[in-house]
Design a binder for this molecule. Structure first.
Ligand code: ZN
Length: 318
């Protein structure tokens, strides 16, 4: 049966970003049409002013996601948010990223011109053997944290833990974190770009160190950090053809879906933002491929997926 305009899948043309630490996978493996090397990020479902996605086809072809949010709130379940609340990215790190921390909403509102804070989470799409990630730190209390930072005892302070493909990592505001080289991730985050850089391994860019934000970082870092065991969760053995909820918090709910053959589920959320991580297939007759990003709007109803593919999906609470 033909669905009405408000019930079409909304495919987006992502915005890719160049970064000094980026690789070439986003063009060469995912096929995004972006020139040059050092392609660090694909903002797949984004209405952020620094990377507002465009609708690829259909009734809303050419509209920015931010415009669609403002003009057609019914597609997103008429939510009480002043902007599209999430941002979905694929990140390809060829080099280590600087070590960062994000503020929460209250701190950002007060100190960053009313911006949202940033809660984010990572699904590890790929990494090398014996890969690690920076999550948390080893300071006992705030005094020790300040002292270690002042004395440049970074090796002692920074906590690195092992990761594998299929791991899920929740990064609450105040969590010290960084992706290491050769890691490919799907990030689901609040629609915000407020980041404080704590440490950059002493590297130089054009002969100069990049700016650090030590005072703000010290203000917002959670002490002590959440334990290493609590920070990483393996979700590699989920049932197939099921919309598996893998995490929920105040800011978002995230699902993993592995389609092998045929899968049917009900879209009962305000909206679902979907990203195809691997494989190919179809969604209600529309062909989809690795690297596609689309929104399943409010009121869509039954969703049928066919093929062999993995997706991460996200939504927010009503
Ligand atoms: Zn971050």
């Amino acid at each position: 049966m033909k669905k009405g305009n408000s019930e079409e899948l909304i495919f987006l043309v992502p915005v890719c970003k160049h970064n000094i630490w980026g690789g070439v996978k986003l063009r060469e493996e995912f096929g995004y049409p972006v020139e040059g090397d050092g392609i660090g990020e694909c903002w797949g479902v984004s209405a952020h002013p620094e990377g507002d996605g465009t609708v690829r086809d259909g009734a809303y072809k050419g509209r920015k996601l931010s415009e669609l949010w403002a003009e057609h709130p019914e597609l997103f379940g008429n939510l009480q948010y002043d902007r599209y609340p999430l941002l979905t990215k694929i990140i390809d790190a060829q080099d280590d990223l600087s070590i960062q921390v994000h503020p929460d909403d209250a701190y950002a509102r007060k100190n960053e011109n009313g911006s949202l804070g940033k809660t984010e989470c990572w699904y590890i799409m790929g990494c090398k053997e014996d890969a690690t990630i920076v999550i948390g730190h080893n300071a006992k209390d705030r005094e020790e944290l300040k002292q270690m930072v002042a004395e440049g005892r970074w090796q002692e302070l920074i906590r690195e833990i092992p990761i594998h493909k299929g791991d899920f990592i929740q990064i609450d505001p105040g969590t010290v974190h960084a992706i290491k080289a050769d890691t490919l991730i799907l990030e689901t985050q609040q629609n915000s770009a407020i980041t404080y850089r704590l440490y950059d391994y002493g590297r130089l860019q054009n002969g100069k160190p990049r700016e650090l934000h030590i005072e703000k970082s010290l203000d917002v870092i959670t002490v002590p950090a959440k334990s290493a065991e609590e920070s990483v969760e393996s979700i590699s053995n989920l049932p197939e053809n099921t919309l598996n909820q893998i995490y929920t918090c105040e800011k978002y709910t995230v699902f993993k879906m592995d389609v092998n053959g045929s899968a049917v589920f009900e879209q009962s959320y305000p909206f679902l933002a979907a990203s195809v991580l691997e494989g190919d297939g179809s969604v209600d007759g529309s062909e989809v491929h690795k690297g596609d990003h689309f929104i399943i709007p409010n009121g869509y109803g039954k969703v049928e997926m066919n093929g062999s593919m993995s997706l991460i999906l996200s939504t927010v609470e009503r």
